[in-house]
Design a protein around this ligand. Structure first.
Ligand code: ATP
Length: 366
Protein backbone atom coordinates (compact mmCIF):
# COMPACT_ATOMS: atom_id res chain seq x y z
CA UNK A 1 0.00 0.00 0.00
CA UNK A 2 1.43 3.44 -0.99
CA UNK A 3 0.04 6.10 1.30
CA UNK A 4 0.43 9.76 0.43
CA UNK A 5 -0.25 12.66 2.79
CA UNK A 6 -1.85 15.45 0.80
CA UNK A 7 -2.16 18.98 2.19
CA UNK A 8 -5.38 20.30 0.69
CA UNK A 9 -5.71 24.06 0.23
CA UNK A 10 -9.17 24.76 -1.22
CA UNK A 11 -8.76 28.54 -0.79
CA UNK A 12 -11.24 31.13 -2.03
CA UNK A 13 -13.95 31.69 -4.62
CA UNK A 14 -14.35 28.67 -6.87
CA UNK A 15 -11.39 26.99 -5.13
CA UNK A 16 -13.43 24.81 -2.75
CA UNK A 17 -15.90 23.79 -5.49
CA UNK A 18 -13.22 22.56 -7.87
CA UNK A 19 -11.05 21.05 -5.13
CA UNK A 20 -13.94 18.75 -4.16
CA UNK A 21 -13.98 17.42 -7.72
CA UNK A 22 -10.25 16.62 -7.58
CA UNK A 23 -10.73 14.87 -4.22
CA UNK A 24 -13.67 12.92 -5.67
CA UNK A 25 -11.40 11.79 -8.52
CA UNK A 26 -8.56 10.82 -6.16
CA UNK A 27 -10.99 8.76 -4.03
CA UNK A 28 -12.04 6.95 -7.21
CA UNK A 29 -8.33 6.41 -7.96
CA UNK A 30 -8.03 4.69 -4.56
CA UNK A 31 -10.84 2.29 -5.55
CA UNK A 32 -9.59 1.60 -9.04
CA UNK A 33 -5.82 1.53 -8.43
CA UNK A 34 -6.04 -0.47 -5.18
CA UNK A 35 -2.65 -0.02 -3.53
CA UNK A 36 -2.85 3.79 -3.66
CA UNK A 37 -4.15 5.64 -0.63
CA UNK A 38 -4.48 9.36 0.09
CA UNK A 39 -4.70 11.00 3.51
CA UNK A 40 -6.04 14.52 3.10
CA UNK A 41 -5.47 17.29 5.61
CA UNK A 42 -7.50 20.40 4.82
CA UNK A 43 -5.98 23.87 5.36
CA UNK A 44 -7.89 27.10 6.00
CA UNK A 45 -5.32 29.35 4.28
CA UNK A 46 -7.19 31.88 2.14
CA UNK A 47 -7.78 35.54 1.45
CA UNK A 48 -11.05 35.10 3.35
CA UNK A 49 -9.06 34.00 6.41
CA UNK A 50 -6.98 37.16 6.02
CA UNK A 51 -10.14 39.30 5.97
CA UNK A 52 -11.40 37.53 9.12
CA UNK A 53 -8.14 37.32 11.09
CA UNK A 54 -5.39 39.34 9.39
CA UNK A 55 -3.44 36.16 8.53
CA UNK A 56 -3.56 34.47 5.11
CA UNK A 57 -1.71 31.30 6.08
CA UNK A 58 -1.18 30.32 9.73
CA UNK A 59 2.37 29.15 10.54
CA UNK A 60 1.02 25.77 11.68
CA UNK A 61 -0.52 25.19 8.24
CA UNK A 62 2.73 26.12 6.52
CA UNK A 63 4.46 23.53 8.73
CA UNK A 64 1.86 20.91 7.78
CA UNK A 65 2.49 21.68 4.12
CA UNK A 66 6.24 21.18 4.53
CA UNK A 67 5.58 17.72 5.98
CA UNK A 68 3.07 16.59 3.36
CA UNK A 69 4.03 14.42 0.39
CA UNK A 70 2.33 16.94 -1.90
CA UNK A 71 0.09 20.02 -1.78
CA UNK A 72 -3.10 20.36 -3.80
CA UNK A 73 -4.51 23.88 -4.02
CA UNK A 74 -7.75 25.27 -5.46
CA UNK A 75 -7.08 29.00 -5.66
CA UNK A 76 -6.15 31.55 -3.02
CA UNK A 77 -7.02 35.23 -3.48
CA UNK A 78 -9.87 37.73 -3.56
CA UNK A 79 -9.61 41.02 -5.45
CA UNK A 80 -10.52 43.09 -2.38
CA UNK A 81 -8.11 41.34 0.03
CA UNK A 82 -5.07 43.59 -0.31
CA UNK A 83 -2.08 44.85 1.59
CA UNK A 84 -1.79 48.60 2.26
CA UNK A 85 0.39 49.04 -0.86
CA UNK A 86 -2.37 47.57 -3.06
CA UNK A 87 -0.84 44.13 -3.71
CA UNK A 88 -3.05 41.08 -3.11
CA UNK A 89 -2.62 39.05 0.08
CA UNK A 90 -2.81 35.83 -1.96
CA UNK A 91 0.96 36.08 -2.38
CA UNK A 92 1.41 35.75 1.39
CA UNK A 93 0.48 32.10 0.99
CA UNK A 94 1.50 31.28 -2.57
CA UNK A 95 4.89 33.03 -2.57
CA UNK A 96 5.58 31.75 0.94
CA UNK A 97 5.06 28.18 -0.22
CA UNK A 98 7.04 28.68 -3.42
CA UNK A 99 9.96 30.57 -1.88
CA UNK A 100 9.97 28.73 1.45
CA UNK A 101 10.10 25.27 -0.10
CA UNK A 102 12.17 26.26 -3.13
CA UNK A 103 9.51 25.25 -5.67
CA UNK A 104 11.74 26.64 -8.37
CA UNK A 105 9.97 25.30 -11.48
CA UNK A 106 6.47 26.45 -12.42
CA UNK A 107 5.30 23.89 -14.96
CA UNK A 108 2.34 24.75 -17.20
CA UNK A 109 1.44 22.25 -19.91
CA UNK A 110 -0.31 23.76 -22.95
CA UNK A 111 -2.25 21.14 -24.88
CA UNK A 112 -5.36 21.35 -27.00
CA UNK A 113 -7.75 18.84 -25.42
CA UNK A 114 -10.37 16.87 -27.35
CA UNK A 115 -13.66 18.60 -28.15
CA UNK A 116 -12.29 21.99 -27.07
CA UNK A 117 -12.28 24.86 -29.52
CA UNK A 118 -9.22 27.08 -29.73
CA UNK A 119 -9.70 30.73 -30.68
CA UNK A 120 -6.84 30.21 -33.17
CA UNK A 121 -8.34 29.61 -36.58
CA UNK A 122 -5.99 26.85 -37.64
CA UNK A 123 -4.79 24.32 -35.10
CA UNK A 124 -4.37 21.46 -37.56
CA UNK A 125 -0.64 21.27 -36.83
CA UNK A 126 -1.33 20.75 -33.11
CA UNK A 127 -0.57 22.57 -29.85
CA UNK A 128 1.41 20.67 -27.26
CA UNK A 129 4.15 22.48 -25.37
CA UNK A 130 5.09 23.22 -21.77
CA UNK A 131 5.91 26.59 -20.23
CA UNK A 132 8.51 26.23 -17.47
CA UNK A 133 8.53 29.38 -15.39
CA UNK A 134 11.35 30.24 -12.99
CA UNK A 135 9.35 30.48 -9.79
CA UNK A 136 11.48 31.88 -6.97
CA UNK A 137 13.65 34.61 -8.49
CA UNK A 138 13.13 37.16 -11.25
CA UNK A 139 11.11 40.30 -10.78
CA UNK A 140 8.65 38.82 -8.29
CA UNK A 141 11.50 38.10 -5.86
CA UNK A 142 11.34 41.84 -5.20
CA UNK A 143 8.01 41.43 -3.44
CA UNK A 144 9.42 40.95 0.02
CA UNK A 145 12.37 43.29 0.23
CA UNK A 146 13.35 44.61 -3.20
CA UNK A 147 10.45 47.01 -3.75
CA UNK A 148 10.97 50.65 -2.90
CA UNK A 149 8.49 53.52 -3.01
CA UNK A 150 10.09 56.85 -2.12
CA UNK A 151 9.44 60.41 -3.22
CA UNK A 152 6.77 59.36 -5.72
CA UNK A 153 9.18 56.90 -7.41
CA UNK A 154 8.65 53.11 -7.21
CA UNK A 155 11.29 50.55 -8.11
CA UNK A 156 11.40 46.75 -8.09
CA UNK A 157 14.62 44.80 -8.41
CA UNK A 158 14.95 41.74 -10.64
CA UNK A 159 17.04 38.87 -9.29
CA UNK A 160 18.71 36.41 -11.67
CA UNK A 161 21.31 34.04 -10.21
CA UNK A 162 23.45 31.46 -11.95
CA UNK A 163 22.33 28.78 -9.49
CA UNK A 164 18.60 29.50 -9.79
CA UNK A 165 18.68 29.86 -13.57
CA UNK A 166 20.76 26.70 -14.03
CA UNK A 167 18.28 24.71 -11.93
CA UNK A 168 15.20 25.74 -13.85
CA UNK A 169 16.85 25.52 -17.28
CA UNK A 170 18.15 22.07 -16.39
CA UNK A 171 14.60 21.10 -15.40
CA UNK A 172 13.37 22.31 -18.81
CA UNK A 173 15.96 20.22 -20.68
CA UNK A 174 15.23 17.12 -18.60
CA UNK A 175 11.54 17.60 -19.33
CA UNK A 176 12.25 17.88 -23.06
CA UNK A 177 14.13 14.57 -22.88
CA UNK A 178 10.99 12.88 -21.52
CA UNK A 179 8.63 14.38 -24.13
CA UNK A 180 8.11 13.43 -27.73
CA UNK A 181 9.17 16.74 -29.26
CA UNK A 182 7.25 19.57 -30.86
CA UNK A 183 4.11 18.87 -32.92
CA UNK A 184 5.65 20.30 -36.11
CA UNK A 185 8.26 17.60 -36.66
CA UNK A 186 8.90 15.75 -33.40
CA UNK A 187 12.14 17.63 -32.80
CA UNK A 188 13.06 18.18 -29.12
CA UNK A 189 13.59 21.88 -28.55
CA UNK A 190 13.95 24.13 -25.49
CA UNK A 191 13.24 27.80 -26.16
CA UNK A 192 14.76 30.46 -23.91
CA UNK A 193 12.26 33.33 -23.61
CA UNK A 194 13.84 36.58 -22.44
CA UNK A 195 14.57 40.20 -23.22
CA UNK A 196 18.33 39.81 -23.51
CA UNK A 197 18.51 42.53 -26.16
CA UNK A 198 17.52 45.15 -23.57
CA UNK A 199 18.46 44.18 -20.02
CA UNK A 200 21.69 42.75 -18.59
CA UNK A 201 19.74 40.49 -16.24
CA UNK A 202 18.05 38.73 -19.17
CA UNK A 203 21.33 38.57 -21.13
CA UNK A 204 22.79 36.75 -18.11
CA UNK A 205 19.73 34.43 -18.01
CA UNK A 206 20.43 33.56 -21.66
CA UNK A 207 24.15 32.98 -21.13
CA UNK A 208 23.40 30.56 -18.27
CA UNK A 209 20.80 28.88 -20.53
CA UNK A 210 23.57 28.35 -23.12
CA UNK A 211 25.89 26.85 -20.52
CA UNK A 212 23.22 24.31 -19.52
CA UNK A 213 22.20 23.64 -23.14
CA UNK A 214 25.73 22.41 -23.94
CA UNK A 215 25.13 19.50 -21.57
CA UNK A 216 22.17 18.36 -23.71
CA UNK A 217 23.50 17.92 -27.26
CA UNK A 218 20.43 15.83 -28.20
CA UNK A 219 18.10 18.81 -27.66
CA UNK A 220 18.03 21.92 -29.83
CA UNK A 221 18.40 25.24 -27.98
CA UNK A 222 16.15 27.97 -29.35
CA UNK A 223 15.62 31.64 -28.46
CA UNK A 224 12.80 34.19 -28.51
CA UNK A 225 12.36 37.68 -27.12
CA UNK A 226 9.28 37.70 -24.94
CA UNK A 227 7.38 40.27 -26.99
CA UNK A 228 7.88 38.26 -30.18
CA UNK A 229 7.05 35.08 -28.26
CA UNK A 230 3.49 36.27 -27.63
CA UNK A 231 3.00 36.52 -31.40
CA UNK A 232 4.57 33.11 -32.07
CA UNK A 233 2.28 31.51 -29.46
CA UNK A 234 -0.66 32.69 -31.55
CA UNK A 235 0.80 32.25 -35.04
CA UNK A 236 2.90 29.08 -34.84
CA UNK A 237 2.40 27.17 -31.55
CA UNK A 238 3.29 23.91 -33.34
CA UNK A 239 6.95 25.04 -33.37
CA UNK A 240 7.31 24.74 -29.60
CA UNK A 241 8.14 21.89 -27.25
CA UNK A 242 9.40 23.40 -23.95
CA UNK A 243 9.72 27.12 -23.14
CA UNK A 244 11.72 28.39 -20.18
CA UNK A 245 11.40 31.93 -18.84
CA UNK A 246 12.04 34.27 -15.93
CA UNK A 247 9.29 34.45 -13.30
CA UNK A 248 7.15 37.37 -14.54
CA UNK A 249 7.59 36.58 -18.23
CA UNK A 250 6.64 32.96 -17.52
CA UNK A 251 3.53 34.14 -15.68
CA UNK A 252 2.40 36.24 -18.63
CA UNK A 253 3.15 33.82 -21.45
CA UNK A 254 1.48 30.95 -19.62
CA UNK A 255 -1.81 32.86 -19.32
CA UNK A 256 -1.65 33.67 -23.02
CA UNK A 257 -0.92 30.05 -23.86
CA UNK A 258 -3.90 28.82 -21.83
CA UNK A 259 -6.17 31.15 -23.81
CA UNK A 260 -4.98 29.52 -27.06
CA UNK A 261 -6.13 26.09 -25.86
CA UNK A 262 -9.58 27.00 -24.60
CA UNK A 263 -9.13 29.14 -21.51
CA UNK A 264 -7.98 29.21 -17.93
CA UNK A 265 -10.49 26.59 -16.81
CA UNK A 266 -8.49 23.96 -18.68
CA UNK A 267 -4.95 24.91 -17.63
CA UNK A 268 -3.29 22.81 -14.91
CA UNK A 269 0.01 23.68 -13.25
CA UNK A 270 2.67 22.36 -10.92
CA UNK A 271 5.17 24.24 -8.77
CA UNK A 272 7.94 21.79 -8.02
CA UNK A 273 11.35 21.65 -6.39
CA UNK A 274 13.61 18.77 -5.41
CA UNK A 275 11.54 17.69 -2.40
CA UNK A 276 8.18 19.45 -2.50
CA UNK A 277 5.38 19.89 -5.02
CA UNK A 278 2.35 22.19 -5.12
CA UNK A 279 -0.33 21.49 -7.71
CA UNK A 280 -3.03 23.98 -8.65
CA UNK A 281 -4.95 25.24 -11.65
CA UNK A 282 -3.26 28.12 -13.50
CA UNK A 283 -6.34 30.26 -12.88
CA UNK A 284 -7.34 32.28 -9.83
CA UNK A 285 -10.40 32.13 -7.59
CA UNK A 286 -12.77 33.61 -10.24
CA UNK A 287 -15.05 35.21 -7.61
CA UNK A 288 -17.57 36.33 -10.25
CA UNK A 289 -18.67 32.75 -10.84
CA UNK A 290 -18.08 31.39 -7.31
CA UNK A 291 -20.97 29.58 -5.61
CA UNK A 292 -22.87 29.04 -8.86
CA UNK A 293 -21.63 25.49 -9.44
CA UNK A 294 -20.49 26.29 -12.98
CA UNK A 295 -16.71 26.53 -12.61
CA UNK A 296 -14.81 24.23 -14.92
CA UNK A 297 -13.00 21.59 -12.79
CA UNK A 298 -10.76 20.34 -15.64
CA UNK A 299 -7.67 22.41 -14.73
CA UNK A 300 -8.01 21.26 -11.13
CA UNK A 301 -8.43 17.56 -11.94
CA UNK A 302 -5.54 17.68 -14.41
CA UNK A 303 -3.42 19.35 -11.71
CA UNK A 304 -4.19 16.33 -9.51
CA UNK A 305 -3.02 14.11 -12.41
CA UNK A 306 0.24 16.11 -12.51
CA UNK A 307 0.56 15.50 -8.77
CA UNK A 308 0.20 11.73 -9.29
CA UNK A 309 2.87 11.81 -12.00
CA UNK A 310 5.24 13.76 -9.75
CA UNK A 311 4.62 11.38 -6.82
CA UNK A 312 5.38 8.53 -9.22
CA UNK A 313 8.78 10.13 -9.95
CA UNK A 314 9.48 10.82 -6.29
CA UNK A 315 8.76 7.30 -5.09
CA UNK A 316 9.23 5.25 -8.26
CA UNK A 317 5.55 4.29 -7.92
CA UNK A 318 4.20 2.63 -11.08
CA UNK A 319 0.62 2.63 -9.73
CA UNK A 320 0.73 6.40 -9.33
CA UNK A 321 2.10 6.68 -12.88
CA UNK A 322 -0.74 4.55 -14.29
CA UNK A 323 -3.27 6.51 -12.23
CA UNK A 324 -1.96 9.83 -13.59
CA UNK A 325 -2.39 8.62 -17.16
CA UNK A 326 -5.85 7.23 -16.38
CA UNK A 327 -7.09 10.46 -14.77
CA UNK A 328 -5.93 12.42 -17.83
CA UNK A 329 -7.61 9.92 -20.14
CA UNK A 330 -10.82 10.06 -18.06
CA UNK A 331 -10.96 13.86 -18.34
CA UNK A 332 -10.43 13.61 -22.10
CA UNK A 333 -13.22 11.04 -22.41
CA UNK A 334 -15.61 13.25 -20.42
CA UNK A 335 -14.72 16.19 -22.68
CA UNK A 336 -15.28 14.04 -25.75
CA UNK A 337 -18.67 12.85 -24.50
CA UNK A 338 -19.51 16.53 -24.21
CA UNK A 339 -22.63 16.00 -22.08
CA UNK A 340 -21.44 17.85 -18.98
CA UNK A 341 -19.36 20.65 -20.46
CA UNK A 342 -19.37 23.77 -18.27
CA UNK A 343 -20.49 27.15 -19.67
CA UNK A 344 -16.94 28.39 -20.40
CA UNK A 345 -16.77 25.52 -22.93
CA UNK A 346 -20.17 26.38 -24.38
CA UNK A 347 -22.09 23.73 -22.41
CA UNK A 348 -24.80 23.76 -19.78
CA UNK A 349 -23.09 21.36 -17.38
CA UNK A 350 -22.10 21.89 -13.77
CA UNK A 351 -18.84 21.55 -11.87
CA UNK A 352 -19.97 18.38 -10.12
CA UNK A 353 -21.69 17.04 -13.24
CA UNK A 354 -18.42 17.16 -15.15
CA UNK A 355 -16.55 15.70 -12.17
CA UNK A 356 -19.03 12.77 -12.04
CA UNK A 357 -18.63 12.15 -15.79
CA UNK A 358 -14.85 12.08 -15.45
CA UNK A 359 -15.03 9.73 -12.44
CA UNK A 360 -17.40 7.42 -14.35
CA UNK A 361 -14.90 7.34 -17.22
CA UNK A 362 -12.05 6.53 -14.80
CA UNK A 363 -13.94 3.56 -13.42
CA UNK A 364 -14.00 2.00 -16.89
CA UNK A 365 -10.22 2.37 -17.20
CA UNK A 366 -9.01 0.47 -14.12
P1 ATP B 1 -5.50 35.75 -10.36
O1 ATP B 1 -5.08 37.16 -10.31
O2 ATP B 1 -5.65 35.11 -9.02
O3 ATP B 1 -4.72 34.91 -11.32
P2 ATP B 1 -7.51 36.59 -12.12
O4 ATP B 1 -8.08 37.84 -11.62
O5 ATP B 1 -6.50 36.64 -13.22
O6 ATP B 1 -6.95 35.73 -10.92
P3 ATP B 1 -9.18 34.34 -12.47
O7 ATP B 1 -9.70 34.15 -11.12
O8 ATP B 1 -8.13 33.41 -12.91
O9 ATP B 1 -8.70 35.82 -12.62
O10 ATP B 1 -10.37 34.30 -13.49
C1 ATP B 1 -10.51 35.20 -14.57
C2 ATP B 1 -11.77 34.78 -15.32
O11 ATP B 1 -11.51 33.56 -16.00
C3 ATP B 1 -12.92 34.50 -14.40
O12 ATP B 1 -13.68 35.64 -14.11
C4 ATP B 1 -13.70 33.46 -15.15
O13 ATP B 1 -14.52 34.09 -16.09
C5 ATP B 1 -12.63 32.71 -15.91
N1 ATP B 1 -12.25 31.47 -15.22
C6 ATP B 1 -11.15 31.25 -14.47
N2 ATP B 1 -11.15 30.00 -14.00
C7 ATP B 1 -12.26 29.41 -14.46
C8 ATP B 1 -12.82 28.10 -14.31
N3 ATP B 1 -12.22 27.12 -13.61
N4 ATP B 1 -13.99 27.84 -14.92
C9 ATP B 1 -14.60 28.77 -15.64
N5 ATP B 1 -14.15 30.02 -15.83
C10 ATP B 1 -12.97 30.34 -15.24
Amino acid sequence: MSTYKIALLPGDGIGPEITSEAVKMLKAVEDVFGPLNFEFETMTASAKLFLDTGVTMPDSEYETCTKADAMLMGAIGLPHARRPDGTEVAGDAIFRLRFGMDLYAGVRPVRLLPNVRSPLHDTSKGIDYVVVRENVEGLYASRDGGSVLRNEVATDTIVITREGTSKVVDYAFRLAQKRKGRPLDGKSVVTCVDKSNVLTSYAFFRSVFNDVAREYPDIEPDYAYVDAMTAYQVQSPQNYDVLVAENMFGDIISDLSSATVGGLGLAPSADVGEKHGLFQPAHGSAPTIAGKGIANPVAMILSAAMMLDWLADQRGDDDARRAAAAVTEAVEQALNQGKELTPDLGGKGTTSGFGDAAVAALRTLG
